[in-house]
Write a new protein. Sequence first.
Length: 151
Amino acid sequence: MKKFKDQLKVISKSIASLSKQVEKIINQIDKLQPKKAVPAPKKAAPKKKVAAKKAPAPKKTAPKKKVAAKKAPAPKKTAPKKKIAVKKAPAKQLTVIDTVFNAIKKTRKGVTVAQLKEKTDLNSRQLSNALYKLSKRGKIEPKSRGLYVTK
């Protein structure tokens, strides 16, 4: 731990010396560059006198012609509306969890893991994951080791 502290002190000293050197270099660069004349603040330009505006001359307009009243457009003939067949949404496929839950729900005494494997055709990992999720959701509970029942 002491080594780390010593190393940190050395690093902080070297950083401080580097920053001093950088400041010196900046000052030298500033001295070498010719100073730009600071422009005096610009005075506001004097406003030009504007001649008073004359009232605009009245516009000459042509006499209005009487326009005959337009007739309402005739209603357009449209074809009778066709009945659109409503497509039914495809039935949702059951998820792995749903299939396992349905298999357990059908029995009163409960189902063993081996029976679930046969009924659902799932591998052991998928089955154990589904059982875990169902038990966490509170839909099933283990009656004994490897035997599951609905709540």
